[in-house]
Design a binder for this molecule. Structure first.
Ligand SMILES: [Fe+2]
Length: 272
C-alpha cells in the first residue's frame, strides 16, 4: 500500500495570493497533478490541515472544486487556519469524520490503523490537546492495541528550534499529549504539518515527522530572535509505503526537475 500526506495548502478565495505573494491555488493544482501522476498509483491521500487560509465557506468551496480532480480517496483533519464547524459542514459527506466535537478519525487500511487528530484550538494559532481529545485517543489506542498505527496531526508536539513556530506548536504537549501514549507500543510514526518544512525527530520512542507544505515553506531560521518569514523552497508531499508490517516514508518534491537519467548503458555496465 502506498499513500501520501499533503499539507498546509492555504487556499484563498477570489484569486488572492497568500501573504500577497503565494499563488496557493496554482500550487494545489500542481500538487494534485503530482499525486495523480505518481507511479505506482497512490491508494489514498491524508491532508493534514490548513486546507484553506481563513476558514471561510467560499475557500472550502474552491478547495473542494479543485481536490475533486484527485484520482484517489482523501481524508482530512483541520489545522489552525481551518474553521472546525465550517470545515465539518464542507465535508459533511466524509463519513469517517466525527459528527461532533473534535474533527478527527480512526480508520484501518490493510492492517495499518490510521488516526487523524484534531489539535486545533478555536481562535488560536497554537494547538491544544484537551481532556476530551485525550480520552478519545486513549480509547482508540486501547481498542486497537495490536494494530500498527500511524497518527496524523496538524500541530507538532515538539520544538523545532524555529522560534515563531514553536510559539504556536501543540501547547502543553509534555503534559497533555505524550502521556496518552504510555503503555502503548503500536504507534510507528506521528506525521504532522503546520511548520511548512521537512523536519524529523524521535520522541518518547516514536518517530515524529513534519511534511513540507504544498506551496510556501517556513524559512529555516534557528536564531531565537529570527523574524517570521516564508521562502519558496520546493513544495513536497510525503509518500508512505506500508508493506509486510513495515512503514517507511519518502519526501517527493513537486516541480519540474528534468528527465531521469539511466545509471547503466545499453551494455548493462555503469556509465563511465
Ligand atoms: Fe500552514
Amino acid at each position: 500500500m502506498i499513500f501520501a500526506q499533503l499539507t498546509d495548502i492555504h487556499i484563498k478565495a477570489g484569486g488572492k495570493f497568500a501573504y500577497n505573494c503565494v499563488d496557493t491555488l496554482s500550487h494545489l493544482r500542481n500538487a494534485i497533478d503530482h499525486l495523480n501522476g505518481f507511479h505506482p498509483k497512490l491508494d489514498f491521500v491524508v491532508i493534514s490541515g490548513d486546507l484553506v487560509d481563513l476558514g471561510d465557506a467560499g475557500e472550502y468551496d474552491l478547495f473542494k472544486q479543485e481536490i475533486a480532480r484527485l484520482d484517489m480517496p482523501f481524508y482530512v483533519i483541520p489545522g489552525n487556519h481551518d474553521h472546525r464547524d465550517v470545515m465539518r459542514e464542507a465535508f459533511a459527506d466524509h463519513d469517517y469524520l466525527s459528527n461532533e466535537g473534535p474533527l478527527q478519525f480512526s480508520i484501518e487500511k490493510e492492517g495499518l490503523r490510521i488516526i487523524g487528530l484534531d489539535t486545533t484550538s478555536a481562535g488560536h494559532p497554537h494547538g491544544h490537546f484537551e481532556a476530551e481529545k485525550q480520552v478519545w485517543l486513549r480509547r482508540e489506542l486501547e481498542a486497537h492495541k495490536d494494530q500498527p498505527t500511524l497518527v496524523f496531526m496538524h500541530h507538532p508536539p515538539f520544538k523545532t528550534g524555529i522560534q515563531h513556530m514553536d510559539n504556536i506548536m501543540l501547547k502543553q504537549a509534555d503534559e497533555d499529549f505524550w502521556p496518552v501514549f504510555s503503555g502503548y507500543s503500536q504507534v510507528l510514526q506521528i506525521a504532522c504539518g503546520h511548520v511548512h518544512r521537512a523536519i524529523e525527530t524521535f520522541k518518547n520512542g516514536i518517530p515524529v515527522s513534519i511534511c513540507p507544505a504544498s506551496g510556501h515553506q517556513v524559512a529555516l531560521d534557528l536564531d531565537p530572535e529570527g523574524e517570521p518569514s516564508l521562502v519558496m523552497e520546493p513544495p513536497a508531499v510525503r509518500i508512505f509505503r506500508w508493506t509486510k508490517g513495515e512503514l517507511i516514508n519518502h519526501l517527493s518534491f513537486i516541480g519540474d526537475f528534468g528527465a531521469q537519467h539511466p545509471f547503466f548503458g545499453g551494455d548493462g555496465k555503469l556509465i563511465n
